[in-house]
Design a binder for this molecule. Structure first.
Ligand SMILES: Cc1cc2nc3c(=O)[nH]c(=O)nc-3n(C[C@H](O)[C@H](O)[C@H](O)COP(=O)(O)O)c2cc1C
Length: 429
């Protein structure tokens, strides 16, 4: 299949070099689409790029001049496997850093989830300006990669840093980006599961999937390919990854079985909040009362509750009538983490599991995590406590058989430290 690359041309004098870049990308068998800012069209014409790419060129988000089959900001954003901004003006870099979306190019880039390679080209004063420096730093933290600029003669007849990289070196970077076949894979599970109570209601948890998304992003930045197995409301990573939606425990199990069977999976970071309970079914208050009054002991009551609840669930997708007190019967669910070693094709799989305690001291937290380390055969347990956990803040220690690291504070820091461990133990290409 052809690689789909979206070339975004902005209004710098180096835009003439982009014609050569597009020509060479097409020659290498890539499917190239081009969008341009209005300023870019003062330097080079859409017709040039339409001819070179063999595709209509998008410029205006609203105007009548937009060809019928030109890309809209959403279609281009979704279509692209890689976005190449070439050249990138100081102005466009500033817009990108601040999330502006006032034309076709900036709107497309705000909407896309594809990885981005940006080729800055500008006067050295613009490049050195603290505003540009801050914008570049900001974009780097969002895993946007830069090609150049180089030091050399500039269009403004000065020498300095700001010259756009030559088409051949841009091509090498693009090709390198696509040569990802042999990159080791990491599976990251994230978000919360949900189990149905009836046809319309679910039992779920408060996991946001935010830490998982950070871990996916840092893994990608460090040259891993990521399979992201996630619940319905999990926060999306910025970076490109293989997405596998899995809402229920059973769906997560089947996704894990499938992907752990791949021999190039080197690590599993299992941070999904998997339900500890399965829903057997729901009893009415009368049914519950009758069971508890007749049962000889707790065990008998439990068995009867489960049996009756399972029968009630066979009503399938029906909605339980409201206006009555109900007794959901929840039984302990399967601990998937106990089986992952068995499912993994790679005997050397680096396994990271998470232990959430609730209001215990640090020493207790570590003791509980050590137990999990042994019971699950994990290589590392991320120990967190619900009292140090919120959507925006997170504190965690890393427990291995030989040491305890941390506490690390903040989801981004935890993700970075965790991926450092993956790098040490799995050494990607
Ligand atoms: C002749 C000329 C050359 C320019 N070259 C550059 C350049 O190389 N880099 C840059 O950042 N801006 C350059 N500019 C300024 C941009 O064109 C200007 O900031 C414009 O608003 C950028 O719009 P855009 O980012 O939407 O494409 C140049 C302007 C002119 C008139």
């Amino acid at each position: 299949m052809k690689k789909r690359i979206l070339v975004v041309i902005t209004g710098g004098i180096a835009a003439y070099k982009t014609a050569d870049v597009v020509r060479k990308l097409v020659k290498r068998g890539m499917d190239v689409r081009v969008i341009m800012t209005s300023a870019a069209t003062s330097f080079v014409t859409p017709l040039t790029f339409q001819t070179l790419s063999g595709n209509p060129v998008g410029v205006d988000m609203f105007g009548d001049s937009r060809p019928e089959d030109a890309l809209t900001h959403i279609s281009a954003a979704v279509w692209a496997e890689l976005v190449l901004v070439c050249p990138a003006t100081a102005n466009f870099i500033a817009k990108l850093a601040h999330g502006l979306a006032d034309d076709l190019c900036s709107s497309t880039l705000l909407a896309t989830r594809a990885p981005m390679l940006v080729c800055p080209a500008m006067n050295d004063g613009m490049w050195d300006n603290p505003a540009t420096r801050e914008n570049i730093d900001k974009l780097r933290t969002r895993h946007i990669d830069f090609i150049g600029p180089e030091v050399g003669g500039l269009a403004c007849k000065t020498e300095g840093k700001g010259r756009m990289s030559e088409p051949d070196s841009i091509l090498v970077k693009v090709e390198r980006h696509f040569q990802r076949k042999n990159r080791p894979k990491v599976i990251v599970t994230a978000g919360g599961t949900r189990e149905s109570l009836d046809g319309v209601r679910v039992l779920t948890n408060l996991s946001t999937g935010r830490l998982g998304a950070e871990i996916v992003d840092v893994c990608t930045e460090k040259q891993f390919d990521v399979i992201w197995i996630h619940g319905v409301n999990a926060e999306k990573p910025r970076s490109h990854c293989i997405e596998v939606r899995a809402d229920t425990v059973a769906e997560v199990e089947s996704a894990l079985r499938k992907h752990l069977a791949e021999s190039d999976v080197v690590a599993l970071v299992h941070c999904m909040a998997i339900s500890d309970f399965c829903v057997s079914g729901v009893l009415t208050l009368e049914e519950g009362f009758s069971i508890f009054s007749k049962a000889k002991n707790v065990k008998e009551a439990e068995e009867e509750c489960i049996q009756r609840a399972v029968k009630s669930k066979s009503n399938g997708n029906q909605k339980i009538p409201s206006g009555q007190t109900i007794l959901p019967v929840l039984i302990p669910g399967k601990k998937l983490i106990d089986s992952v070693r068995e499912w993994a094709k790679n005997a050397e799989l680096f396994l990271v599991s998470f232990k959430l305690t609730s209001g215990v001291s640090m020493s207790e937290r570590i003791a509980i995590s050590k137990k999990q380390l042994a019971n699950t055969n994990s290589d590392l347990v991320v120990a967190n406590d619900s009292e140090q956990l919120s959507p925006d803040c997170h504190e965690a220690c890393f427990v291995t058989s030989s040491k305890v690291d941390g506490p690390y504070i903040g989801k981004r820091i935890i993700a970075q430290k965790l991926v450092e461990n993956l790098l040490i133990h799995t050494s990607p290409a």
